[in-house]
Design a protein around this ligand. Structure first.
Ligand code: ZN
Ligand code: FE
Length: 239
């Protein structure tokens, strides 16, 4: 399996997971169809599945066009069946999705929205976190509670430390400014910021990040309890 990062809209990332043997792909959160189609046509790959982490327009905007063009199957969380366009297959927490050589576990991680999920490709150690866990940040609480988000991040923290984190937006540099403001002595964080800057200077995505780095550097994952997490989330909203 190969993962291709596809920049979309202003600062979104969609991801193609490509099965090289069958020349097929699934896409995670197609913000828009055009950049996805451009890539697939260039490489002559068929898009079999569309996986959505949550219903926000910048994560599902390409569903309709892509499904029409490739006859792809759309997959999402059961409680969001009325707000994910063109949804075909509904999944619950902890269910395994298996199709061809693709296999992922669906984890319900509410907070940013009530129906937010992530896709864990455990064999390849890939985690697609949408707008729940960002590199050096976490999503805003639009629908869920502090407690929801704290628990969701805690679930993610328990995955293998070498899991690659693929999130929905390129927010890393902006997020790093908040982390360093409130965690100024963190050497790992300082080193990570250096790496981020080098990537961005070379027009490269800062994604994927590694879970171990996030646990060491992301101030939201370092919060010990809901109270301190809540304080950080409020501070970040006004940062
Ligand atoms: Zn969102
Ligand atoms: Fe988003």
């Amino acid at each position: 399996m190969r993962v291709e990062v596809i920049p979309c809209l202003q600062d979104n990332y969609s991801y193609l997971i490509i099965d090289k043997i069958n020349n097929t792909a699934c896409v995670i959160d197609p913000s828009e169809s055009k950049p996805i189609i451009n890539f697939l046509e260039k490489e002559n790959i068929n898009l079999k599945y569309i996986l959505n982490t949550h219903h926000h327009f910048d994560h599902v905007g390409g569903n309709k066009d892509l499904k029409k063009k490739y006859n792809s199957v759309v997959i999402g969380y059961k409680d969001d069946s009325s707000r994910i366009p063109e949804i075909d297959i509904l999944f619950e927490d902890n269910q395994i999705w298996k199709a061809g050589n693709f296999e992922a576990k669906i984890m319900h991680i509410p907070g940013h929205t009530t129906g937010h999920i992530c896709f864990h490709f455990s064999r390849e150690k890939l985690l697609f976190t949408g707008d729940t866990l960002f590199s050096l940040g976490c999503g805003k609480l639009f629908e869920g509670t502090y407690e929801d988000m704290f628990r969701s991040l805690d679930k993610i923290k328990k995955l293998p430390q070498d899991t690659k984190i693929y999130c929905g937006h390129e927010y890393t540099l902006q997020n790093s400014k908040f982390c360093i403001e409130y965690d100024p002595e963190n050497i790992n964080l300082k080193n990570k910021i250096k790496e981020i800057k080098i990537k961005l200077e070379n027009s490269l995505p800062t994604i994927p990040s590694i879970l171990k780095d996030e646990i060491e550097c992301n101030i939201f994952l370092r919060a010990k309890n809901v109270e301190s997490f809540s304080k950080l989330r409020d501070l970040k909203d006004n940062f």
